[in-house]
Design a protein around this ligand. Sequence first.
Ligand SMILES: Cc1cc2nc3c(=O)[nH]c(=O)nc-3n(C[C@H](O)[C@H](O)[C@H](O)COP(=O)(O)OP(=O)(O)OC[C@H]3O[C@@H](n4cnc5c(N)ncnc54)[C@H](O)[C@@H]3O)c2cc1C
Length: 282
Amino acid sequence: MGLNLIVLVKQVPDTQNITGDAMKEDGTVNRAALPAIFNPEDLYALEGALQLKDKFPGTRVNVITMGPPAAQAVLKECLYRGADFTALVSDRGFAGADTLATSYALKCAIEKTGKYDLILSGRQAIDGDTAQVGPQTAEKLGCNQITCVSRIETVDSSAGEIIARRSIEGGWERVKAKLPVLATFTGEGEAPRPASAKKLMTYKNASPQAPAGIVDTGTAMALWDIPAIKADPVQCGLSGSPTKVKTITSVVLTAGEIKYVDPGEPGITELVHELIADHTLG
Ligand SMILES: Cc1cc2nc3c(=O)[nH]c(=O)nc-3n(C[C@H](O)[C@H](O)[C@H](O)COP(=O)(O)OP(=O)(O)OC[C@H]3O[C@@H](n4cnc5c(N)ncnc54)[C@H](O)[C@@H]3O)c2cc1C
């Protein structure tokens, strides 16, 4: 029997390849200097969903992102790899959202897609880095959650159960949970598949379509604003965000703070002794 899957993906600045002008003088991220990429762990969540689609005929993979219009690029990537439906959740009213307001908007968008068996997200986004959005969304939906998943081992839709492998310190454990479940993925699973050339040709001109459709209308990419997901505007964006950023400090290492260590045995031994002497170790 086919499953209804939802994948949460985020477009992020590529913080893994930081250059000197990555931060502005006021300590905020200079987004123009960093290329926008698909959040790496979200690709593993998408792959997890596509593998279930391969295994269970009739499965639908629906992808949701909340972000500015440019975030449609990651949705296109999902269509190229095999997603059935995507939705760009975008509205000026979402600006300034912290993780609470983000997970509220995602919860409303997920509810709009109708019945779901499994929600798959990345564990952590490489820009905000909080790892809060997945668990907060599950909490708001009132569904079970399994974090740090590397692989979904089985889904038994007749018993309404899932078994997933999750990473723990020094190993892994198998967890069984009742559906619906939200699973957050690490980057330890099977490598994400590449885009299909055929799908790329099919969807290369896909763009967010408003007024929003519902999943079954055949739209490949919907555009959902605050009214479309029936969200309370007060709980969205800045007004729905209790997090207050007090100060932002730009940490720039200067040459005086860098010490080169000989990578051989004597250099490492000397470094360890120094770290013990200044009580960093031991
Ligand atoms: C006061 C405040 C104001 C902010 N204002 C802005 C702003 O104006 N613009 C802005 O871009 N950011 C803003 N942020 C950052 C924003 O809150 C986070 O980027 C966002 O909530 C996601 O948190 P995270 O990056 O820590 O994601 P994590 O919790 O680390 O992400 C985990 C997983 O959740 C899913 N996920 C996360 N975010 C999304 C999303 N948007 N859509 C779909 N899936 C998602 C992904 O699968 C991801 O791998 C603000 C933060 C604060 C505290």
